[in-house]
Write a new protein. Structure first.
Length: 210
């Protein structure tokens, strides 16, 4: 049953409906509010999915990356324009020469799908992609002491294989950023869930890799 439900999430319309039904869209909107984006900013959204929250953004230059052809096709049809570009690719070092330095990077519900090594690489590339003063925000299911039993079950049975405790997320972030902080969010969704929302600034590595 659980496997079947996870499989259905690959369908973009069902995915969006479930996100909104559970209130997960409100969690993503909270992340957008945290960034304080303004007109003219440039944004990279890694793991953008169907980008159902794009309409909440100001007039930014947007680059969305996802490995699901269905999600990207949906996003292109709904939001594709001179302002927004959607790529069915894995965001990596090769894109640093193609995309101008950005003000913000979104990693919404992504890191818990990636191993430590893959998360480390993504954060290193993200650090190099930012303009001075740029920032990265990530949000993922987490495991914390005393969390609601339903929340713990949700975290342990998430599609992602790398749900971590907050300290583990922070440790990964601090390998690439000097300024890392965050908070457990357990009041954003309609059912008990615990997510770690992490803010990262001040890259350790310069964009040119030095």
């Amino acid at each position: 049953m659980l496997t079947a439900i996870k499989g259905l999430l690959g369908h973009e319309a069902l995915y969006v409906a479930l996100q909104k039904g559970l209130g997960a869209d409100r969690l993503r909107y909270r992340c957008l509010d945290e960034l304080g984006l303004t007109d003219g900013d440039t944004v990279i959204d890694v793991g953008c999915g169907p980008a159902y929250y794009f309409g909440r953004l100001p007039r930014v230059r947007y680059y969305g990356f996802d490995t699901s052809e269905k999600y990207i096709a949906h996003a292109r049809k709904r939001w594709g324009s001179d302002q927004a570009e959607f790529r069915c690719e894995v965001f990596g070092e090769q894109h640093l020469a193609e995309i101008p330095p950005v003000n913000a990077i979104l990693l919404l519900g992504l890191l818990h799908h990636l191993s430590d090594a893959d998360s480390r690489h993504l954060l290193q590339v993200s650090a190099r992609a930012l303009v001075p003063g740029g920032r990265v925000i990530a949000v993922d299911p987490t495991l914390v002491p005393g969390q609601h039993p339903v929340s713990r079950w949700m975290s342990k049975n998430d599609r992602g294989e790398y749900v971590r405790e907050p300290e583990a997320f922070v440790a990964l972030g601090r390998e690439s950023f000097d300024d890392v902080d965050g908070e457990v969010v357990d009041d954003a969704t309609r059912i008990p869930t615990s997510h770690w929302m992490m803010r990262m600034r001040t890259p350790v590595f310069a964009r040119d890799g030095s």
